[in-house]
Write a protein that binds this ligand. Structure first.
Ligand SMILES: Cc1ncc(COP(=O)(O)O)c(C=O)c1O
Length: 475
């Protein structure tokens, strides 16, 4: 798990290459202790007007890395730990070194240090494209707790509907029927629904079709929304939540004209109150709520699918509850003006006929009732898992789990990947947490499974963390 590092740099016009080189070397030495000796530096980031500075040019050549310059407005929007009024006065941003790390998508591992006319911070770049399925494919011999798709595949009746739709493969897909069914399910008009090839396509459409001055992404959360924004070169700031990961709308910068948040949240499993999220909506801002796991919450008390607010759009997915990850189907409901922009950016026929058939089928009353029963069963299984985990000393479990997974961390001091690696060695594949921005090392996410699996898993986890006296090994 080689880490990628980024160096954030601030400097006075008078700074020398020598001073910058020294400060960067010190920062990287500390960063390697924290992120691993094999960590590689990919980029040096700074204020846009400093990219051509002699010292920057020289250090970039020495490290053989890319250089990125950011506008002061974007740096000013980053959630840095220290702000300097003098810098704000002189440069239009109260921070540069740490802010540049954050603007590039780094998690700060070495906070700002001050050298001779220079400041340096170092961050690690989480791999936003890492997903549990990649690991599951590579580790088919392990019990998969990394992927949250409901095990066992779609129910028989849904498979039948999909198979029946194959008779129409000779015609181009027409979403009208699915749009009508989804609109009816959520009490919306037809122009308030857009079918997509999964939630993932919705995020890409948001990133490509909108042109935000500042996109705020609430973290930790599913990484594709931010990955899509960065791929489209949109200016991003993160809104980092800290344990117990409850959401406070005041944390979102007023200047953000696009906000993306997940509810319930992957990977924390926390369900935010709908009112706290709705508070973010305002004219001139698009608010994207990812409710990919909302149908796993009985009664969906916090859903915003029925709410009409300016700029609000809600992303839903059929992937998890209906075990349709391979079909690629989801939808967006909300503000028709936003949906029209997303639709204009969507490739023709991007949602296939079988996917549309599944969307129509799962929007019906009986399907919704079945999803509700599944959600109630899942809740019981999750309570059982949480109760078993609570018996294991030293384990931290994020409280208030409401999704089909829980987020946990081993005892402090057991090393960054000890829990993940230890579980693997015992045949369990958890989802590593360190690729989620703001989460850091040590966390793993585990899917809720049946009681038998939970019994075996929690037994192995307990012996991993508390080996019997005659076993020398500890994580
Ligand atoms: C929170 C969250 N949102 C959206 C998605 C994307 O789902 P889809 O398969 O609909 O693209 C995922 C998939 O892992 C997810 O975890």
């Amino acid at each position: 798990m080689t880490e990628r590092l980024v160096v954030g740099v601030g400097l006075r016009p008078s700074a020398t290459p020598e001073a910058l080189r020294k400060a960067v070397e010190t920062g990287l030495r500390i960063a390697r202790v924290r992120a691993g000796d094999d960590a590689v530096v990919t980029t040096l980031a700074t204020l846009d007007v400093r990219v051509e500075h002699d010292a920057v040019v020289e250090v970039v050549a020495l490290l053989q890395v890319d250089v990125r310059g950011f506008a002061p407005e974007l740096l000013a929007a980053q959630p840095v730990s220290q702000r300097s009024p003098q810098a704000e006065e002189a440069l239009g941003t109260p921070a540069v070194a740490e802010a540049a790390v954050l603007a590039l998508g780094g998690d700060v591992v070495v906070p700002k240090t001050v050298g001779d006319g220079v400041t340096v911070a170092v961050g690690r770049l989480p791999d936003l494209h890492h997903h549990g399925d990649v690991e599951a494919r590579a580790a088919a011999n392990l019990v998969d707790l990394a992927v949250n798709v409901r095990p066992g595949g779609p129910p028989e009746w849904l498979r039948d509907r999909i198979v029946t739709s194959l008779a129409d493969l000779g015609t181009y897909p027409d979403p009208a029927h699915a749009v009508a069914a989804v609109a009816e399910r959520h009490g919306r008009r037809l122009d308030e629904v857009l079918l997509t090839a999964g939630g993932a396509e919705a995020f890409t459409l948001v990133a490509r079709a909108l042109d935000p001055a500042l996109a705020a992404v609430v973290h930790p959360q599913f990484t594709e929304p931010e990955a899509a924004l960065r791929a489209a070169n949109r200016p991003v700031t993160r809104v980092p939540l800290t344990p117990p990961y409850t959401f406070d709308p005041a944390l979102v910068p007023e200047s953000a004209d696009l906000v993306m948040i997940g509810n319930p949240t992957n990977p924390t499993s926390v369900l935010h109150p709908r009112d706290a999220i709705a508070e973010l909506a305002r004219p001139g801002r698009v608010l994207v709520v990812d409710e990919a796991f909302m149908d796993a919450v009985p009664g969906e008390p916090e859903t915003l699918t029925g709410e009409r607010l300016p700029g609000l759009v809600v992303v839903r997915s059929l992937t998890k509850t209906w075990a349709l990850a391979g079909l690629r189907v989801g939808y967006v409901v909300g503000d028709p003006a936003v949906l029209a922009k997303l639709a204009a950016a969507q490739p023709m026929w991007s949602v296939s006929g079988p996917a549309l058939a599944a969307a129509a089928a799962t929007a019906g009353e009986r399907a919704v009732a079945e999803a509700q029963r599944r959600a109630v069963d899942l809740e019981a299984q999750r309570e059982y898992l949480i109760e078993r985990l609570a018996r294991i000393d030293g384990l931290a479990v994020v409280p208030g789990s409401r999704a089909p997974f829980v987020l946990l961390r081993g005892p402090i001091g057991t090393g960054p990947h000890a829990l993940y690696d230890g579980l693997r060695a015992r045949g369990w594949l958890a989802r590593r947490g360190d690729t989620f921005p703001g989460l850091g090392h040590g966390w793993v996410r585990v899917a809720v499974r049946d009681r038998d699996t939970t019994d075996r898993f929690t037994h192995d986890l307990a012996t991993l963390l508390h080996p019997p006296a005659d076993t020398p090994e500890r994580p």
